[in-house]
Design a protein around this ligand. Structure first.
Ligand code: PMP
Length: 355
């Protein structure tokens, strides 16, 4: 009997998240969090909840937050779904919308949670190789499928697919659901959010974890036709009728209200990304053009793992992936200007020691 249970458990291959170190004095550039704190309005909103409201259950349908998001994107609140981080929103999308008779499609280099959800929900999938330049080619998504999902900008490459190409994929797959995972869209990309008004088969998923600096609160959302949203709601209500707690709801509403702070943080990150890209290119690294809050880069003469280990000794953590085709690349989250200066200095020292 015990063997039977252990076999069951071993059929699951869970997602392995990036390291969350237990010590504070590191420059943490490994999991694409914002290097800046959330808006001060968020802190006020959290304090108000803490002072008075925590003994009360939250609104199970998070209506106020849905309304804030709907107003921000110019859609109706029944076109908005909210969940505990976009990972949960994606999980519900896999279960409610992508579990079909035919295999679903996603790029061979993309968010490594997608195959995990396929395993969990027993969804067949087929991966489509990126081009040599790590781009998604819309024409490759013209084969029979039970749904399509990809991140835009892609993760971990950072490459952006233009809106026109997304529209092409959505149009040529009118009988499948196309999920665009826009976790990193606010760092220079154009969101497909407005397309949901015209295409009933498009679901756009976003998060408060990156550009709004709320990874710790766990808030994500989806925009789509109300029929798709209804599907997500049904799955959600079968799991947990209170997905978002009071702090998450109030914090997210405040974050969306502070547009000036949001824009300023994104601009700082984009500007630091430009500085880092220039530094890397000047020092012999190849850098994939990034529209995200990270860069994906390799040095032709050095092993990515080796650079990552040397940076770690200098108290800087970056990410590398032990996977075919990308095992020579480092993914470096954009930090504050000061963190970036320290990173560039550390890389200069590592390169000098190498020569
Ligand atoms: N999508 C992509 C492409 C990501 O990289 C991440 C972050 N790991 C997520 C979704 C999930 O983000 P969160 O659950 O914090 O909203």
């Amino acid at each position: 009997m015990s063997q039977y249970w252990s076999q069951l458990v071993h059929t699951l291959t869970p997602y392995v998240p990036g390291e969350q170190p237990k010590v504070d004095n590191l420059i943490k550039l490994n999991t694409n969090e914002s290097p800046y704190p959330p808006s001060p309005l968020v802190l006020n909103a959290l304090t108000n909840q803490l002072n008075d409201k925590l003994r009360l259950y939250p609104d199970p349908s998070s209506e106020d937050l849905k309304q804030s998001i709907a107003t921000y994107y110019g859609v109706e609140s029944r076109q908005v779904f909210v969940g505990n981080g976009s990972d949960e929103v994606l999980a519900h999308a896999f279960m409610a919308l992508l579990k079909q008779d035919k295999p679903i499609l996603f790029p061979d280099i993309s968010y490594s949670f997608y195959p995990v959800y396929c395993g969990l929900y027993e969804i067949d999938h087929q991966t489509i190789p990126l081009t040599d330049a790590f781009e998604i080619n819309p024409a490759d998504y013209n084969i029979e499928n039970g749904g399509i999902i990809f991140p835009n900008p892609n993760a971990p490459t950072g490459r952006l697919l233009p809106l026109q190409a997304i529209e092409q994929i959505v149009q040529q797959n009118a009988s499948s659901v196309v999920v665009v995972d826009e976790a990193y869209i606010d760092f220079g990309g154009e969101s497909a959010a407005q397309l949901v008004k015209r295409y009933p088969n498009l679901l756009v998923v976003q998060t408060f974890s990156k550009s709004r600096a709320l990874a710790g609160l766990r808030v994500g959302f989806a925009l789509g036709d109300s029929a798709l949203i209804e599907g997500l709601e049904r799955v959600k209500n079968s799991f947990n009728s209170y997905p978002l707690d009071r702090l998450a709801t109030a914090g997210a509403i405040a974050a969306i209200e502070d547009e000036a702070y949001f824009k300023q943080s994104c601009e700082k990150i984009i500007s630091t990304r430009d500085t880092l890209t220039q530094f890397l290119e000047d020092n012999g690294f190849e850098v994939i053009p990034s529209a995200a809050n990270f860069v994906f880069t390799k040095h032709p003469q050095m092993q990515a793992e080796d650079i990552a280990q040397q940076l770690r000794k200098k108290a800087i953590i970056v990410r590398y992936f032990n996977k075919p085709r990308i095992d020579q690349y480092l993914r470096i989250t954009i930090g504050t200007e000061q963190e970036n200066t320290q990173l560039c200095q550390a890389l200069t020292d590592i390169l000098k020691a190498q020569n």
